[in-house]
Write a protein that binds this ligand. Structure first.
Ligand SMILES: *[C@@H]1O[C@H](CO)[C@@H](O)[C@H](O)[C@H]1NC(C)=O
Ligand SMILES: *[C@@H]1O[C@H](CO)[C@@H](O)[C@H](O)[C@H]1NC(C)=O
Ligand SMILES: *[C@@H]1O[C@H](CO)[C@@H](O)[C@H](O)[C@H]1NC(C)=O
Length: 730
């Protein structure tokens, strides 16, 4: 299962020996037929970006007329097409993740892919599984789905399948260890083999298994070698062990050498030069390295074959739209409207990603209150417009995405206040607005109203922009703009205070919870363009909340055991991030991983656990790893009943504890989930297939996944700490 490479020639020729059945095989056959028609200049051109801003997209590769290969367009980003004006600004990854809805993951990818394709984008740069999010203040965590590798992996696989079914190439990024923004260009992530397999590499394995076309290597170093120069990462792990068939593209300017990157397994250099300095590490330098035999032609042939195969795989060789002049950064003027009816999907994702954290005595949903005070700058759109700050690099007005390259322009942004006013007009509710963060103004608006809704937020982003002192990573886990003081003032003035939070990740809520007048907390994440509409769906109960936390909310920052560091990171916490650490160390979270309230209640019953199959698995290489790793060895089922008073959806979660024969492992790990919508009184059986990998640990000595002997604990419930049914699998 793990091939070893004795020489570069062996490396270049053996990788494609068994490209698997079906689509990749057909794509490789076409790529191999096209390869002989290419000159060395063509090949070097195909693997080298044209240079920063030397084309309509953030990444551009030269066309090869002889084989009908177009000017390839690579464009950001994970939540929408960047630098276009009439595209959908979907919720960010972290809010998509908090829906825990596999069909929404796919629908989202498919809609994003359709928009990208309509604009002529060949490679849409997402989704994100790195950072995974081990550091709660990490600047780019919100671009990904969850810091749990299983949830992230399911979201990666399904969104990639959706994107590629729409015809666009997905790009799983950033491989690997870019867990913080501070020092991201120099820090080494020194990750031990087991931790890497069980946490950070896991969602990338799922992406590869979903046939992702491309993977982006990250800025940082791994084990002291640049990620884009690491043979251990790109060739041994990604291409060999995971049998990745597509190509590795560098993050923008993450390449450092001509020969080292090529021999390590990088396949495409982006943007080509160093952000416009016209100095190319490949291009002519690659041609020279070929002439001097520092790099064998077989390696460049491999790069080109991979790029071509990925292009054929998703069918971009026939009738693919051309990039018209829409990219605003390149003087384009907006381009066609490609949104279709995706706003419906964007609203559903934002709504189903909302997590209800607290709801005392049925405070929510609102029932035609006589009067409402709506308080906080986070309740309105930035008066300068939702796109006023470049790459969303400010926190003014309601927060609906973080900042940096992972953003898109809003076609519009529905403010919470406007959506609430529309509902209030129907209900005859008087609305008082205090759209600022001044505690005294908030208190005076609140004192006159039946109910006070107070909006606070917390932002983060990519390190090239600093916002209010936050250089990408967050300074702390407190709400911005003195949100705790605003909530305290409002709650002192109104006994029915409801707090709505837009946030990139966890916040410390102890100050807010210390006021008994805070009767509800609504965790609205980063909802994208449909923010206000999605919120009103939940506040007024047209939909029961069904989001669950994709990370833990702690009582104090130190409980996480990880923080942004100033030098290299040796990952001393190992496997024990987020709930794995809280469980191991007996730390009580404020709101645990997987938690979320509903307006109805669900009963769990009828746990069944099938016998465990112990048949050995096939070691044949397949995308994602040896085939047998994905054999289903056991199935767990349970019955979920809506025994409450309104319809709603529940996310049933399966956690597994490995037997004692496995070396020190987390007490429990998410290994299945299923979201079911149930009318009042209805029930459904949820089924959790357990694959060999789900029940195994990475054996560092054997360098393989090992199924431990003994009995596994099986836990099914509504969160990682609300485990309703337990049993064992032996
Ligand atoms: C990084 O180094 C650690 C410690 O030696 C090792 O366990 C791990 O396998 C290395 N990772 C890679 C990708 O080489
Ligand atoms: C990946 O592609 C193979 C063919 O190469 C196909 O059999 C498999 O179903 C695909 N996997 C997914 C998840 O689409
Ligand atoms: C619903 O089921 C749960 C779990 O069995 C139970 O605690 C709760 O009392 C039930 N609710 C109603 C309204 O029957």
């Amino acid at each position: 299962m793990k091939l070893s490479f004795l020489s570069l020639v062996a490396l270049a020729t053996s990788i494609h020996a068994a490209p698997g059945d079906g689509d990749w095989a057909a794509a490789y056959a076409k790529a191999k037929a096209a390869l002989p028609k290419l000159s060395t200049a063509n090949k070097v051109g195909m693997v080298t970006g044209k240079g920063w801003q030397k084309g309509p997209c953030v990444g551009n590769v030269a066309a090869v007329a002889a084989i009908g290969f177009p000017d390839l367009c690579l464009q950001d980003g994970p939540l929408g097409v960047r630098y276009a004006q009439q595209v959908t600004a979907f919720p960010a990854g972290i809010t998509t993740g908090s829906t825990w809805d596999t069909s929404l993951f796919y629908a989202f990818g498919n809609a994003l892919g359709a928009e990208a394709k309509a604009l002529g984008v060949h490679v849409q740069l997402g989704p994100v599984a790195g950072p995974l999010g081990k550091i709660p203040t990490g600047g780019r965590n919100w671009e990904g789905f969850s810091n749990d590798p299983y949830l992230s992996g399911v979201a990666m696989a399904n969104s990639i399948s959706g994107m590629q079914a729409a015809g666009v190439q997905a790009c799983a990024k950033h491989l690997l260890g870019n867990e913080q923004e501070r020092l991201r260009d120099t820090q080494s992530a020194n990750i031990d083999d087991r931790t890497n397999h069980e946490l950070y590499l896991w969602p990338f394995a799922e992406a590869v298994r979903a046939n992702v076309s491309s993977v982006m290597c990250s800025y940082n170093k791994l084990n002291t070698t640049w990620a884009c120069e690491s043979k251990a990462l790109l060739t041994d792990l990604l291409k060999d062990e995971l049998d990745f068939q597509g190509y590795v593209v560098s993050d923008w300017n993450a390449q450092h050498t001509t020969v080292g990157s090529a021999l390590a397994g990088m396949d495409m250099s982006m943007p080509g030069d160093n952000f416009g300095d016209n100095k190319f590490l490949w291009g002519t330098a690659l041609t020279n390295a070929l002439s001097s035999n520092q790099i064998p032609m077989s390696r460049v042939d491999d790069m080109v074959t991979r790029i071509l195969a990925a292009w054929y795989l998703v069918g971009q060789d026939t009738n693919y739209p051309k990039v018209t002049g829409w990219t605003s950064w390149n003087g384009g003027k907006g381009g066609p409207n490609v949104q279709g009816d995706h706003k419906t999907l964007a609203r559903k994702m934002a709504r189903d990603g909302i997590v209800l954290l607290k709801n005392t005595d049925g405070a929510l949903p609102l029932k035609k209150p006589a009067s409402l005070a709506v308080i906080g700058s986070d309740s309105i759109v930035n008066p300068q417009g939702p796109n006023a700050c470049v790459d969303r690099g400010c926190n003014t007005g309601t927060l609906a995405m973080g900042w940096g390259s992972g953003t898109a322009d809003f076609p519009y942004l529905i403010a919470p206040l406007d959506a609430i006013k529309a509902q209030a007009a129907k209900d005859g509710t008087t609305v008082t607005s205090s759209p600022n963060d001044t505690p005294s103004s908030g208190a005076s608006a609140a004192s006159a109203a039946a109910t006070a809704l107070v909006f606070i937020n917390s932002d983060a982003g990519e390190g090239y922009i600093t916002v209010e002192g936050n250089a990408g990573d967050r300074i702390n886990l407190d709400p911005w703009h003195n949100g705790n003081a605003l909530v305290a003032a409002v709650a002192a003035a109104n006994k029915k205070t409801i707090v709505v939070i837009h946030s990139v990740g966890p916040l410390l809520l102890e100050s807010i919870l210390s006021s008994p007048n805070v009767i509800a907390i609504v965790w609205a994440g980063l909802p994208g363009q449909e923010s206000g509409n999605a919120l009103v769906d939940i506040l007024y109960g047209s939909t029961s909340p069904s989001g669950k936390l994709p990370y833990t909310i702690a009582k104090q920052a130190s409980d996480y055991g990880t923080s942004v560091i100033n030098g290299d990171d040796s990952y001393p916490e190992g496997l024990f991030i987020d709930y794995r650490r809280f469980d191991k160390n007996g730390i009580a979270p404020r709101y645990e991983f997987g938690f979320g309230l509903s307006y109805t209640t669900f009963a769990y019953s009828g746990l069944t656990i099938s016998p465990l199959s112990t048949a050995p698995g096939s070691t044949t290489p397949a995308p994602g790893g040896p085939k047998g790793l994905y054999d289903v060895l056991a199935t767990v089922t349970a019955t979920i009943t809506n025994n409450g008073t309104v319809a709603g959806a529940e996310v049933a979660q399966l956690y597994i504890g490995l037997p004692g024969s496995a070396p020190a492992s987390p007490p429990k790990q998410l290994r299945g989930f299923s979201k079911v919508f149930l009318e009042v009184g209805a029930k459904a059986t949820v089924s959790f297939p357990l694959r060999r990998k789900d029940l195994s640990f990475w054996d560092t000595g054997k360098k393989m996944w090992v199924l431990p002997s003994g009995s596994f604990s099986v836990m099914v419930g509504a969160s990682s700490r609300d485990l309703r049914l337990t049993g064992t699998l032996a």
